[in-house]
Design a protein around this ligand. Structure first.
Ligand code: TIU
Length: 220
């Protein structure tokens, strides 16, 4: 067993069953003119984790462990978009409306794609998901099983929305989950800190947390 030094205590793992899940590092969340900005957010906040996340991904690739990417997006005909999601609030553009990076949060449009800095390489799985969690309406659970994964390292955006939702879903399905604290970000720094605290409190009620350096140290 290898070990990652983590909170609330060390994370022992079998490298044969460990994978990295990078949540929704899409232009729609990280670049101006996309979904994140339509909701009123300052998207530049998310860009500060790009170098760290790139290092984390490179570390997994270097030792041959799987990297799985997700993208929150909807079918062009909006058949997987609940009206309750499209109609919520007063965004400057709604999901499916045309924006500067194509239709907002729609599969196949430039905005829905992963940012170039963290682009998947051949052989890496990309899961398109209609919800905040990666299991709902996708083949994510099957991909984890096919890869023989039991323990998951999480990165991506945003910490308290899609990352935390997916970690909770994975935890309930029996996966041991660790959040890379400097490879995840929120539009609300206080929410990021609260999410990390919620995950690790009560003896790791949802999972573990550790900085990228500690994860990479554990991989070697
Ligand atoms: N708005 C926000 O914080 N997040 C999302 O809508 N999706 C993800 O977290 N990917």
């Amino acid at each position: 067993m290898a070990v990652i030094k983590a909170d609330p205590f060390d994370f022992p793992f079998d490298p044969a069953t460990l994978g990295l899940v990078v949540i929704d590092m899409q232009r729609d969340f990280c670049e101006p003119g996309g979904f994140g900005e339509t909701l009123g957010n300052d998207v530049s906040l998310l860009r500060q984790i790009i170098p760290t996340t790139a290092r984390l991904i490179a570390g997994f690739r270097a030792v041959g462990l799987p990297v799985i990417h997700t993208r929150e997006c909807h079918r062009p005909d909006l058949s997987d978009l609940p009206p309750a999601k499209r109609d919520r609030g007063s965004p400057s553009l709604r999901i499916g409306d045309p924006g500067p990076m194509g239709r907002i949060l729609i599969a196949g449009e430039d905005g829905a794609d992963i940012i170039p800095e963290l682009y998947p390489i051949d052989g890496e799985t990309v899961i398109d998901k209609p919800g905040k969690g990666a299991f709902y309406g996708t083949g994510f659970g099957d991909v984890l099983k096919e890869n023989g994964l039991k323990q998951l390292i999480f990165a991506g955006v945003t910490t308290e929305v899609c990352v935390q939702t997916t970690m909770r879903e994975a935890n309930d399905r029996g996966y041991e989950c660790l959040l890379a604290t400097d490879a995840t970000e929120s539009y609300f720094p206080v929410f990021k800190q609260a999410a990390i605290a919620m995950i690790t409190a009560q003896g790791g009620i949802v999972g573990w947390a550790a900085p990228t350096d500690a994860v990479l140290e554990g991989l070697h």
